[in-house]
Design a protein around this ligand. Structure first.
Ligand code: ADP
Length: 329
């Protein structure tokens, strides 16, 4: 009921909605409306109430609910179902749990904070409240298991484009990070459940440092992490950014999964690559190899020249990549 009243108020924009209209539409008493309005206010909405005119929304809270982003969404299935939490351990863990219970393709789990946000190989992901976009998308792609890692590149390309739409240039650190000036603003963690020849579901976790301040970034990450706000000096609209990501993602995902075309994704990853042409360190289970990143192949592999001058193709998997002089330098 609160949600329905909220929707009515939102749909009428700056116009007042009379108490009578609300009570007729939903069959509730004036006193009951007052109670619902108070609950909506407690959720952070500023509502003006004037006798004989009714109610209208003055301002909405900065939260990533479906109601708050739907006006920016142009997707057919990605994000049509958004499950929103104030706080959760990890959106990827929750998404997995829901996917096991058959939650539908395209469902997005968003939380305002993660208390146990995860990176690859059990590493942690810092996710302070209201400061970022911490989300996971449940996907059930009909592709061969070997191609699952390409979905990470689709995600990276979509995030790069979406951030660019907000007027901010970023680079892609193959395969799963978005960086500005070698510092990470976004990490992607794709997890899969499937067999050799069949994917049950994929969870694509995306964490974006949007409005984090200096004090939100732990000291040990100062060299390697930054936020969009710290880089631009501007407060960034998380709602619009989230919708942009989902819109861009659906386009590139359709291209790949429905039309078998990964070219646009690869083009973006190549054009925006921070690695190509650089000396890098490949870290695989504690072993470090020095190489030069040469290109990204049409199949999404990183092409490197190893220290013996031999060309190798790397499939993302478990490899972490570092610059020679630090995280991305
Ligand atoms: P890697 O970049 O080493 O391959 P992941 O992609 O798995 O690793 O990301 C996890 C790592 O990212 C953590 O070990 C930590 O160093 C770093 N990190 C954690 N939280 C954040 C954040 N909010 N922004 C940027 N980097 C982070």
């Amino acid at each position: 009921m609160n949600y329905k009243i909220l929707k009515l108020l939102k749909d009428s924009g700056e116009d007042f909605v009379s108490g009578q209209k609300i009570s007729e539409e939903f069959g509730v008493s004036r006193a009951a409306i007052w109670k619902h309005i108070n609950i909506i206010k407690e959720a952070g909405y500023e509502i003006e109430a004037i006798s004989r005119k009714g109610y209208r929304i003055i301002s909405s809270p900065d939260i990533l609910t479906f109601g708050e982003i739907k006006n920016f969404l142009t997707t057919k299935y990605i994000g049509k179902n958004i499950i929103h939490y104030e706080s959760i351990s990890s959106t990827n863990s929750k998404a997995k749990e829901l996917a096991e219970m058959n939650e539908e393709h395209g469902t997005v789990i968003v939380s305002e904070e993660q208390t146990l946000g995860r990176g690859r190989l059990g590493r942690n992901w810092v996710s302070p409240k209201y400061k970022g976009i911490w989300m996971s998308i449940i996907l059930r792609p009909n592709i061969i298991t070997q191609n699952a890692s390409l979905i990470t590149l689709v995600g990276a390309a979509a995030v790069q484009r979406a951030i660019k739409k907000m007027g901010i240039e970023t680079s892609i650190k193959w395969p799963n990070d978005i960086v500005i000036d070698s510092k990470k603003v976004c990490g992607i963690l794709t997890e899969m459940s499937g067999e050799i020849d069949h994917i049950n579901y994929l969870i694509m976790g995306i964490g974006i440092n949007v409005n984090l301040e200096e004090e939100d970034i732990p000291i040990e990450l100062k060299e390697s992490a930054t936020s969009l706000k710290l880089e631009t000096g501007k407060y960034i609209d998380r709602k619009l950014l989230l919708a942009n990501i989902l819109n861009e993602f659906e386009d590139l995902y359709n291209d790949f999964v429905l039309n078998g075309n990964i070219k646009e994704t690869i083009d973006i990853c190549r054009e925006k690559s921070i690695l190509i042409g650089r000396e890098i360190q490949l870290v695989n289970r504690g072993k470090v190899k020095i190489a030069k990143a040469v290109d990204i192949s049409d199949k999404g592999e990183l092409i490197i020249e190893n220290d013996q001058g031999i060309i190798e193709h790397i499939v993302s998997g478990e490899v972490s990549i570092r610059g020679i002089y630090g995280y991305g330098k």
